[in-house]
Design a protein around this ligand. Structure first.
Ligand code: FAD
Length: 379
């Protein structure tokens, strides 16, 4: 089914984005994967091209374009032509908006222009060794010392953990209330803020995932982001958009895997005829194609709802759950239909397979998505 046509300016935006990913991101993928990290320069180039935090006000250097379809275009073009470790949307649309929604005017003036230009790279640190799905288990704590907050604890699995110049850290500030968290702006160079190992992963090889440590870090009062003890609720609001971003990425990756697989089965000959003529191939790909088309329609509808300010947590969970599981089936079948070639790094389907697995875990696991949906239909 044809997707709803976009206004002409969005088609032009897509063309520009495609050229950017084809020339500035995709060609570096192999090198970044080997290094386990992307070049900082990639963010500056994306900033210079006007692709970071495009929602930001023009006075901060942004384009003032709040329509989520622009971000969806960037996600899709990155999936098709860029690199899975270049987490532009994490920077622009997942972390930076915390400053927009909960930051003071002074914090916005101080930070947002640097996020738009790509000079400062962002991360968000919620997960800890003993607290992932259950954020109420966070042990990193901050004590109010009058002039400043004293932050102590450790975070793990943090995306952009090495590259990040500014990290939003969720810490416990209320010992008795399990939801008594506050968000803190931790900056590169603050005494006592250290980075641990760059973690070796199954996929998303060019993305720096790291441990972070905070030992008696003095956080100035002006670096509290949002309400004191209000962090849990700020995170819950942010997670709806995070899941929409994930859904857009999952369905875009599934489409890429489908295209690669179609191209492969058309040219691969088995038992004297193209693999695409075997009934097994046809049925498998037809079933996945139907799922992808239907899922895309739902995701596009979620984008519309989000633009109208009323995407529910349940619908974001449905989109994230379904697209991540669907992408899992798509890349698995894609590898199978590639045969041995599918297991070889030089075939892109192999990389898509490795990259896919995390998406049933990141941004809330499939089980947590089911919990959110179940609560909305049963309780
Ligand atoms: C590559 C990568 C990048 C990441 N980036 C970030 C980042 O930038 N910032 C950040 O803060 N975190 C990040 N994470 C962490 C990620 O969000 C967590 O790994 C995820 O939320 C799951 O938490 P966990 O690993 O503690 O698993 P757990 O929560 O311990 O889950 C283990 C299993 O238990 C299941 N489970 C948990 N609760 C329930 C329940 N109520 N009912 C049924 N089953 C349940 C889960 O679904 C899962 O199958 C990243 C992780 C990875 C691997």
């Amino acid at each position: 089914m044809q997707r709803k046509p976009l206004p002409p300016e969005m088609d032009l935006f897509r063309d520009a984005a495609r050229r950017f990913f084809q020339t500035e991101i995709g060609p570096h993928s192999e090198r970044w994967r080997a290094a386990g990290i992307v070049d900082r320069e990639a963010y500056r180039k994306a900033g210079a091209a006007g692709f970071l935090c495009i929602w930001a006000d023009e006075s901060y250097g942004g384009l003032g374009l709040d329509d989520f379809r622009y971000e969806q275009i960037l996600i899709e073009e990155n999936a098709a032509h860029g690199d899975s470790g270049f987490l532009m949307s994490l920077h622009s649309r997942l972390v930076a908006p915390y400053f927009r929604h909960f930051g003071t005017a002074e914090q916005q003036r101080r930070f947002i222009p640097h996020f738009v230009s790509g000079e400062k790279i962002l991360a968000i640190a919620m997960t800890e060794p003993d607290a992932g799905s259950d954020l109420a288990g966070i042990k990193t704590r901050a004590e109010d010392k009058g002039d400043y907050w004293l932050l102590n604890g450790a975070k793990t699995y943090i995306s952009n953990g090495i590259l990040a110049d500014v990290v939003i850290v969720a810490a416990r500030t209320h010992p008795d209330n399990p939801h008594g968290l506050t968000l803190f702006i931790v900056e590169r160079g603050m005494e006592g803020f250290e980075r641990g190992r760059m973690l070796k992963k199954m996929g998303m090889k060019s993305q720096d995932t790291a441990e972070l440590f905070f030992r008696d870090v003095k956080i100035p009062k002006e670096n509290v982001l949002g309400a004191v003890h209000g962090g849990f609720y700020h995170l819950m609001k942010g997670l709806v958009e995070e899941r929409l971003i994930a859904a857009c990425g999952n369905i875009a990756a599934a489409r890429v895997a489908m295209e690669l697989t179609k191209a492969f089965v058309r040219q691969r000959k088995v038992f004297g005829k193209p693999l695409s003529k075997m009934q097994n191939t046809r049925f498998k790909l037809a079933a996945l194609d139907a799922e992808i088309e239907i899922a895309q329609t739902f995701v596009d509808r979620c984008v519309e709802e989000h633009n109208e300010g009323r995407l529910s947590a349940e619908d974001a969970a449905r989109a994230k759950l379904y697209t991540s599981e669907l992408n899992g089936r798509m890349v698995d079948e894609g590898v199978q239909l590639h045969g041995g070639a599918g297991y070889m790094e030089e075939y892109r389907i192999c990389r898509l397979y490795e990259d896919e697995r995390i998406h049933r875990i990141l941004a809330g696991t499939s089980e947590i998505m089911k919990e959110i949906i179940a609560r909305s239909i049963l309780d």
